[in-house]
Design a protein around this ligand. Structure first.
Ligand SMILES: CC(C)(COP(=O)(O)OP(=O)(O)OC[C@H]1O[C@@H](n2cnc3c(N)ncnc32)[C@H](O)[C@@H]1OP(=O)(O)O)[C@@H](O)C(=O)NCCC(=O)NCCS
Length: 201
C-alpha cells in the first residue's frame, strides 16, 4: 500500500488552516478521522500537557527515558519555544468528540556538526501502529533535506521495537547503530530524494 505524500495539500474539507498559514500535511485514519500536521505553537501547551498526562508509561519512558507523568513548565516552555533556524517541531492534531487533541509530535534540533540534527518522534498510544509514526518521520526527513541536513540521529531504548523498526526503514537511508547499554544511538545517513538520485545518462 502506498502512503500519502506528506506534501499533499489539505483537502477542501480541512478545518480552518493553522493560524500561521497552512497545515503541512494530513494523515487519514481508517475510522474516518484525519490527523493534521502543523508547526507547534506556544498556545499548544495545554494540549501537549494533556497528551503527556494520558500517555502510557512505556510511551513516556521511550520518549523521555523516564516514566514521567508531567513535564516541568520550564522544559515545556523550551519545547514550545522554537528557533526555526535551529530546529523544527511538528504536532499532529485531531478533532475528536467535539474537542481538539494533539496526538503526535516530531522534532529535530540541529547539532553543532554541520548537516546533522538530533530527532525524536512521539505518537500517542491511542494512535500508535497505524502508520502515523512513519508518516511523521517521512515529513521530518523531507523538511530536514530541505534544510540541507544529511544526518539524523537519535537515542532509542533497546526495548523500543517500534522505533527501532522505523529507523531501519530503507526509505530514509542507511542507519548506523551503536549500542550503549540499554540504548542504541542511531545515525541515519539521509539519502537524497529519489528525483535527485536519478542522474541523466
Ligand atoms: C515509535 C513511534 C513514534 C512509532 O509510531 P507509530 O505510529 O506507532 O509507528 P508506525 O505505525 O508507523 O509503525 C512503525 C513500525 O513499527 C512496527 N510496529 C507496529 N507495531 C509494532 C509492535 N507492537 N511491535 C513491533 N513493531 C511494531 C510497524 O510494523 C512499523 O513497521 P513496518 O511499517 O515496517 O511494518 C511510537 O510508537 C511512539 O511514539 N512510541 C513512544 C515514544 C517513542 O518511542 N519515541 C521515539 C523516541 S526517539
Amino acid at each position: 500500500m502506498s502512503l500519502p505524500n506528506p506534501s499533499r495539500e489539505p483537502s477542501t474539507s480541512a478545518p480552518p488552516p493553522a493560524r500561521d498559514g497552512q497545515w503541512l500535511a494530513e494523515w487519514p485514519l481508517k475510522d474516518g478521522a484525519v490527523v493534521r500536521i502543523r508547526d507547534v505553537r506556544p498556545e499548544d501547551e495545554p494540549l501537549i500537557t494533556e497528551a503527556i498526562r494520558t500517555a502510557s508509561r512505556d510511551t513516556l519512558l521511550h520518549r523521555f527515558f523516564s516514566p514521567i507523568r508531567s513535564v516541568s513548565p520550564d522544559l515545556l516552555r523550551r519545547m514550545l519555544t522554537i528557533d526555526r533556524s535551529q530546529e523544527r517541531c511538528l504536532v499532529g492534531v485531531v478533532e475528536q468528540n467535539g474537542g481538539t487533541r494533539i496526538i503526535g509530535g516530531a522534532r529535530y534540533v540541529k547539532l553543532p556538526r554541520p548537516g546533522a540534527a538530533e530527532f525524536a518522534l512521539t505518537v500517542h498510544d491511542d494512535f500508535q501502529s497505524r502508520g502515523l509514526g512513519t508518516f511523521l518521520m517521512r515529513l521530518l526527513v523531507k523538511l530536514a533535506r530541505a534544510e540541507s541536513l544529511h544526518q539524523l540521529e537519535a537515542d532509542v531504548m533497546s526495548s523500543n521495537n517500534k522505533m527501532l523498526r522505523l529507523c531501519r526503514k530503507s526509505e530514509w537511508g542507511r542507519a548506523h547503530w551503536q549500542r550503549l547499554g540499554d540504548v542504541y544511538h542511531v545515525v541515519i545517513e539521509l539519502e537524497p530524494p529519489p528525483a535527485r538520485r536519478a542522474r541523466p545518462a
